[in-house]
Ligand binder design. Structure first.
Ligand code: DAV
Length: 349
């Protein structure tokens, strides 16, 4: 299904009206089997012991997460958004993988280009092909679109120094490009990114080389010793309004970026706590900032998160609520679980 009026990929910010999107599916999701040093660097310390090789998430948790993803996808379709889904029932245990519920980590649209991540975690090496390969094939039928698949040299298993030494704050070295696409946020021609335990300088340079002409990456200075993904640190709700996690980034750091010069920058005012059931195995409790904006006026918020919904409404947004706590438990919220493929940009940034 190709919409012939718009390319199958055309999006360069986080807030213009959403027309087409991928919504993930959990499948038989497992705790990702990454080296202990990588898990310890990134995951909540009280959950590290759960990350054992070939350990699926609890089936009841997955069943509920799938139902939430289906409901969310149906809600987007009812809003007129074209929704692509990965195949149902992928057994990630068989392939020693993680899940198909978190497409944002591995795919990023910039204008008419879709970039595949060069994951640092080798248990994710086949995730994009298995979960989204068919979708990418369909999108690629549009000759106006460029899809940049991960080249084999970026699969080198060289990111951890054998002697366990570290010459930077990050657990990975710079021996080959590594990045998760969730370490970048699009603000038009400027993309703000962060270095993290899964994104190195070579990865940032690879993304920069892959961008369409005229687009550039700027690295945001964050204070996040466990950094992995920037999409619970900053959230642009519309052009000119950004919410940020004051534990991880300062207004001063944000204002170093020209693209945010005239923006209203609002620190998230609450200190969220991890729910008791289901727990957040893989993230901080700041998932309210991991939201999906439909069109700069409406934002999708987790159904139980009334305080955030009220606050976003006080900032002039309309909130659409959707249950998502079981998806949250396995790795992220609405931003993580989606990849926006087409947004109607009216403003040229
Ligand atoms: O704050 O733990 C969550 C984003 C996951 N993609 C965090 C980052």
């Amino acid at each position: 299904m190709i919409n012939h009026s718009l390319p199958s990929v055309q999006a360069d910010d986080e807030w213009s009206p959403l027309r087409s999107v991928i919504v993930g599916r959990a499948g038989r999701a497992c705790f990702p089997n990454a080296p202990t040093a990588m898990i310890e660097a990134t995951m909540p310390s009280h959950h590290v012991h759960n990350f054992k090789p070939r350990r699926p998430f609890d089936q009841k948790l997955i069943t509920k997460a799938e139902a939430e993803l289906d409901y969310f996808a149906a809600m987007l379709q009812a809003e007129g958004v074209q929704v692509y889904r990965p195949p149902a029932g992928v057994n990630w245990l068989d392939v020693n993988g993680y899940t198909g519920a978190m497409p944002r980590d591995g795919l990023m649209s910039v204008q008419n280009t879709l970039i595949e991540a060069c994951f640092a975690w080798s248990c994710r090496n086949h995730e994009i092909e298995i979960a989204y390969g068919t979708i990418l094939g369909e999108l690629a039928r549009d000759s106006r679109v460029t899809i940049i698949r991960r080249p084999p040299y970026t699969l080198a298993d060289s990111l951890l120094d054998e002697d366990g030494s570290k010459s930077s704050p990050w657990v990975i070295n710079n021996s080959r490009p590594a990045f998760d696409t969730a370490d970048f946020m699009r603000f038009g021609k400027t993309i703000l990114g962060q270095l993290s335990h899964v994104t190195n300088q070579a990865g940032v340079e690879y993304v920069q080389r892959s961008l369409p002409a005229g687009y550039k990456i700027e690295i945001l200075e964050v204070n996040d010793p466990h950094a992995m993904h920037i999409d619970a640190t900053i959230l642009p709700l519309r052009e000119g309004l950004l919410v940020y996690n004051p534990q991880k980034v300062t207004e001063e750091a944000l204002l170093k970026h020209e693209v945010l010069a005239n923006w209203d920058l609002r620190p998230y005012p609450f200190t969220p706590k991890e729910p008791e059931d289901p727990v957040l195995y893989m993230t901080s409790p700041y998932l309210s900032l991991n939201a999906l904006v439909l069109d700069g006026k409406r934002v999708v918020v987790e159904a139980s998160d009334q305080q955030t919904a009220k606050w976003y409404e006080s900032l002039g947004m309309k909130c659409i609520t959707c249950p998502f706590r079981h998806v949250n438990s396995i790795g992220g919220s609405f931003h993580c679980a989606t990849v926006d493929l087409v947004r109607d940009s009216t403003v040229k940034h």
